[in-house]
Design a binder for this molecule. Structure first.
Ligand code: SF4
Length: 265
């Protein structure tokens, strides 16, 4: 897609400006796909089925095309803003960013979120057989048509919970690192954007934590023998939530474009 087409698309009033900056990127479950320019772009760019295949040359060619047109737009914008891109010391910036990134990773909530990832991976590894056995059990129940059970419903609920847990498992950490970066980078002369962005990222992390808590709680009745390990994970998540709320006391009041400002149509 050329720059002109992207610019035209950006002017469409149906799109909510910046909605994709503070979403969870779960487009399949998003209620604002019709109002998201990012989604519209990805749909147009992926209309050729071949471009969906990561192993297909067409996919990488398409990605290369997007990169070229984006770089063109960046150059034009920099010129407009009077910025000489060739005069930028990229190595210095990369070193500074690396330092900030290391600091972000060392924040207590980042460390806790990384620990959560490890615990979740361990849980899935050590319960692989139980999860498969539960699937077999539900299939047998479904085939036996036993009254007063609803195995299909149970299967959907369990699958939903597992998907939610997996979706947010890494995202919580990524969003918290970004939020920490926003705090660390805060320039006293231009604080608004970084603090705002930090609060927005922290809010997305909090939402991910809350949804993960609900998903683990949803698994509990189906895996009573795993009560101890699931409760342990719930404790980790609750503690992480408290850490994030304390580090970002204004995160909850951050208004995410679209999600907190509009009703889905
Ligand atoms: S706002 Fe919704 S559709 Fe757009 S990128 Fe985020 S999750 Fe996907």
């Amino acid at each position: 897609m050329d720059n002109k087409r992207i610019e035209e698309l950006a002017k469409n009033p149906r799109f909510i400006t910046g909605i994709y900056n503070y979403c969870d990127r779960w487009c399949e479950r998003c209620v604002f796909t019709s109002r998201c320019m990012n989604y519209a772009l990805s749909e147009v760019e992926s209309s050729d089925p071949e471009t969906r295949d990561i192993n297909n040359k067409a996919f990488w060619d398409k990605l290369g095309e997007i990169l070229s047109s984006t770089l063109e737009m960046v150059k034009e914008k920099a010129k407009e803003m009077g910025i000489d891109l060739d005069a930028i010391d990229y190595e210095k910036i990369a070193n500074e960013e690396e330092q900030v990134h290391r600091m972000a990773e060392k924040q207590p909530y980042s460390i806790a979120a990384m620990e959560y990832i490890g615990k979740v991976d361990d849980w899935f590894k050590s319960n692989k057989e139980q999860l498969e056995a539960k699937g077999d059990e539900l299939v047998s129940q479904s085939q036996a048509c036993i009254s007063d059970t609803n195995p299909e419903d149970d299967a959907v609920k369990i699958n939903d919970c597992l998907e939610v847990i997996r979706w947010y498992e890494h995202q919580i950490y990524v969003k918290l690192c970004r939020a920490a970066t926003g705090l660390i980078c805060t320039n006293p002369n231009d604080t608004e954007f970084s603090i705002d962005d930090a609060n927005g990222s922290a809010k997305v992390a909090i939402i991910g934590i809350e949804r993960s808590i609900a998903a683990w709680a949803g698994l509990l009745p189906h895996f009573p023998e795993q009560e101890g390990s699931i409760l342990g994970l719930l404790v980790i998540l609750k503690r992480l939530q408290a850490q994030v709320e304390s580090a970002f006391p204004n995160a909850r009041s951050f208004q995410r474009p679209g999600f907190d400002t509009e009703k889905p149509k």
